[in-house]
Design a protein around this ligand. Sequence first.
Ligand code: NAI
Length: 465
Amino acid sequence: MKEISCKLLVVGAGPGGYVCAIRAGQLGIDTVIVERDRPGGTCLTVGCIPSKALIHAADEFGKVVRMSAGKTPLGISLADPKIDLKRTVAWKDNIVGRLTNGVTSLFKKAGVKTVYGWATFRDGKTIEVATETGLQVIRAETVVIATGSAPVELPSLPFGGPVISSTDALALQDVPGRLVVIGAGYIGLELGTAFAKLGAKVTVVEALPRILPLYDAELTRPVAKRLAGLGVEVLTGAKAVGLGPKMEVVRVETADGKEVALPADKVLVTVGRKPLTEGWGIEELVLDMSGKFIRIDEQCRTSMRGVFAIGDVTGEPMLAHRAMAQGEMVAEIVAGHQRSWDKRSIPAVCFTDPEVVSAGLSPEQARALGREVLTALFPFQANGRAMTMLAEEGFIRVTARADNHLVLGIQAVGQGVSEFSAAFSLAIEMGARLEDIAGTIHAHPTQSEAFHEAAMRALGHAVHI
Ligand code: NAI
């Protein structure tokens, strides 16, 4: 048995863990990171990145299909488009490969040692890793738990056979004829929309009364409209209860209490993710929990001295960029810097069609805090650039305190609005007031003018509406 020791040990090389290790290495901390798979975690290998590749390919294909059907006003026509999903998936895998190799090189550059294998805690300072070449024991002064999360399985529809997780969906070699998606959250709608564009007949089953229940109805209306336009059937208030006897149908209990049988070649179950708190010896540690997550303070410290936790294992929102920011902060704390979690905005983006982005509070959430608010939206229908891109669906909406005009939240729905997440978060982090946005020149002609106009409208003097 081999033994090594280090100052900092990071368990899990997802976005939280790998950023933490690289930053620690840059700061001269003797760092080891343990990972059972390739570096990059869910996000890079089977989540954010590969899904965005598939979504992009589906968008491109969807466009040419519309053109071939003579459904575009642009005057472009072409004949009989086809997609070879095997090649699309190979292209996507190549992107993932380049990025995981990139992370490996960054580890080297920062002087981070990597150990590949499954880690199990013996105590708060010691782990053992089952590597290909035998058991490796690692002792560390400080440990960071960054074990991430895993898809939730439905007891009535366990993964296997036609029932697939998002990981399986991203590796399909052929477009399923009929795809039933259980759960109209982030993953279900992002992938469901992509497969509809690729030619599958998609039905989405959602237990709650509306799609993307995390967002308000005004924001999700354009998404629901587009799903209908793509021929996606959405059953809300409905629950999947199991497969039919020959696994060729999904049995669903609809809102009015009836049971229907939906024919399906594949059933994609996307009903949330759960923190990965099992299988790595959490019982050997004395950690306070917060529900199913590991409880942390504003420095990502757990209840055990010298043990930090970051990323999905520590709570909502389970987003890669939250984990990265926590990872960077923890590395700096270990290096002796004065840091604590003081973020005002963790933007959330849903890569549906159209895209949805949210930073800060919605008008409803702001009012629920007892605030009097000013809120206004500017529709892309009145934005010249949006018209030239066939992107008139959607809007940008701003909410601010009525007394001092401090911006509390900004949301948008529309084509390509994900890239606004930076501008929105910057405004909130910098403590912008409506006047700051209204007083900033926004380039013409761009969709960003809708941000400018929404702020002016909240102040009562929009120009273009
Ligand atoms: P989710 O929590 O976003 O949505 C799950 C949906 O399934 C909910 O609407 C829920 O009401 C529904 N549901 C639960 N049980 C059901 C049942 N038996 N029958 C029908 N519907 C049922 O979870 P999702 O989409 O799996 O995503 C997991 C996590 O991954 C998210 O929390 C998110 O943080 C992250 N993610 C982020 C993305 C992004 O930032 N763009 C993209 C994909 C995932």
